[in-house]
Design a protein around this ligand. Structure first.
Ligand code: HEM
Length: 509
């Protein structure tokens, strides 16, 4: 090959590439991207960020509007806080936006992006969502395991009863709610009870409880490597090391659990009412299809259930009870509803919840003011798209500020006040786009029905069985703490006493 041929070949390869890059830049420049503050080179807007992130993003939206753009290092971000744009996202662009950004937490703590929460939209996501709906989240499956939730909530009531049988005692609710939600999900998934008087292996449970919390916290940590992916060329960073340590602990725990369940499998089998915990069903599926139900996939399923399903529920319970303590007339109204429907000769049950609309209004109003996941989970378009007339390129991180929508005074009258009555006589469709604590569209929360059952039953039981007062009659501090699930900054402590009219029922638990 002579030199001229080499030049010609090189040019014929390079020229189309240059033209392609120029056309991309040209196209990009001619497309209107959402407005936003001017970024500084390389770091974008990272230097501006303040915690809590949802409040910081709300401040920016008052300057730049209900869709605006930011840059976290190299990662473009679009923030949305309008119900009509949210509707556009999850109808017109639902499939395009069904991807999740490939964050580092997905690699280390979501088994290489193979869990239901972190996997990209596609065949694996569809398979996971189908099997989880069929085997766990459907109404039929949830109803088969009602006894687990009822028993756990009643054990919580029994514990409080022992403390405050005849007089007001001070109780700390955060650890109790945390153990309740952990035990419920763990029992539904593995059949094992981890916390409480009658259990073994508390140490093991504490370890895994810590891991589940770490996974949640590390998922929320602002991670430089996610903003500047090239940093990984220079080795493993501190946060990544922590993720790898947690992954190791989590893996050991889940391997041990799976081995134990394999050993127990023949004994547990399917009971007459088919009330089998999820893990045994997955192990059965593994026998007939070991490729689709590999150990990694099963561990990922258990992990995501614990991480997505526990903290979200217990922080909501803590907010709800705190709001009731600060609004005793609402607490009283809820109690009257329970007494009128159930009386004082039996404890409230899950089937009663349909007759307790005011309890559901309290839960909705709690979600409105304190959504457990204020920015939902990030979405990422799988191809370039146009949202609200703006160009949003593939790979942008799309954040929905549910917290801001929930408190927007143009959408909600007296938007910062706790008024469960605002939902009275309203049909869900009327607030479908402005109360979005579980997200919308294909990637919305599959655990919503389960969460509503646990929240309803727990709150109704606590209201039916106990009198509640603030310590020293001081209003509770309702400041928000940090974390991916939005906790109360100050853990809830309250005065609690058993209602004397119901002692004869609780004493039998
Ligand atoms: C108060 C309770 C809960 C709240 C507020 C909540 C909220 C959310 C939100 C906002 C999302 C992301 C939606 C989006 O991407 O736009 C989500 C996803 C998810 N939630 Fe929940 N959740 C709760 C309880 C639960 C429970 C009890 C479980 C299971 C035991 C669960 C399992 C999941 C899973 C697996 C996903 C990922 C779905 C996917 O990406 O396809 N959640 N949840």
């Amino acid at each position: 090959m002579n030199q001229i041929t080499i030049y010609t070949l090189t040019l014929s390869a390079i020229i189309p590439l240059i033209l392609f890059i120029i056309s991309k830049i040209y196209k990009k420049q001619n497309k209107k991207t959402p407005p936003g503050p001017t970024p500084i080179p390389i770091i974008g807007h990272l230097h501006l960020i303040k915690q809590p992130l949802h409040r910081f993003l709300q401040q920016l939206s008052s300057q730049y509007g209900q869709i605006y753009s930011l840059r976290f290092g190299f990662r473009p971000v679009v923030v949305i806080s309008s119900p009509s744009i949210v509707e556009e996202c999850f109808t017109k662009h639902d499939i395009v936006l069904a991807n999740r950004p490939r964050l580092l937490v997905g690699k280390h703590l979501n088994y290489d992006w193979t869990t239901l929460g972190a996997v990209s939209y596609g065949p694996l996501w569809r398979d996971l969502r189908r099997v989880m709906t069929l085997e766990f989240f459907s109404n039929i499956q949830l109803n088969l395991l009602t006894h687990v939730r009822v028993e756990e909530v009643r054990l919580l009531a029994k514990d409080l009863f022992k403390q405050g049988r005849n007089e007001f005692v001070e109780v700390e609710m955060r650890p109790r709610f945390s153990e309740l939600s952990f035990n419920i999900v763990m029992r539904m998934v593995t059949g094992k009870r981890y916390f409480g008087a009658e259990v073994e292996g508390l140490e093991e449970a504490m370890v895994f409880r810590g891991i589940a919390r770490d996974v949640f916290e590390l998922g929320g940590a602002s991670n430089l490597v996610d903003c500047f992916p090239f940093l990984r060329w220079f080795g493993v960073w501190e946060l990544e090391k922590k993720m790898m340590d947690v992954r190791k602990k989590m893996d050991d725990f889940l391997d041990g659990l799976m081995d134990e369940c394999r050993r127990n499998k023949s004994e547990v089998g399917f009971d007459a009412e088919n009330r089998t915990p999820l893990i045994y069903k997955l192990l059965n599926l593994q026998e007939s299809d070991p490729v689709s139900y590999s150990n990694q996939i099963i561990k990922g399923i258990i992990m995501i259930m614990l991480v997505a399903g526990t903290d979200t529920t217990n922080v909501t319970l803590e907010w709800a009870l705190s709001l009731l303590l600060n609004h005793p007339h609402i607490l009283e109204k809820a109690r009257l509803e329970i007494d009128a429907n159930i009386g004082k000769d039996r404890l409230v049950d899950e089937t009663d919840l349909q007759n307790l609309p005011f309890i559901q209004h309290i839960i909705n109003e709690t979600f409105r003011l304190f959504p457990a996941v204020p920015l939902l989970s990030p979405h990422e378009p799988s191809e370039d798209c146009t949202i609200a007339g703006y160009y949003v390129p593939k790979g942008t991180m799309v954040l929905i500020n549910a917290w801001e929508i929930h408190r927007n005074p143009n959408l909600w009258e007296d938007s910062l006040s706790f008024k469960p009555e605002r939902f009275e006589g309203k049909h869900g469709d009327e607030y479908r786009l402005k109360l979005i604590q579980f997200g919308l569209g294909r990637r919305s929360c599959p655990g919503a029905p389960l969460a509503n059952k646990v929240l309803g039953l727990t709150l109704a039981t606590l209201i039916q069985c106990f009198e509640w007062e603030n310590i020293d009659h001081e209003k509770l501090d309702m400041a928000e703490g940090f974390g991916l699930s939005m906790p109360k900054a100050v853990p809830l402590k309250a005065m609690c006493k058993t209602r004397q009219s119901i002692v004869h029922v609780i004493a039998k638990i």
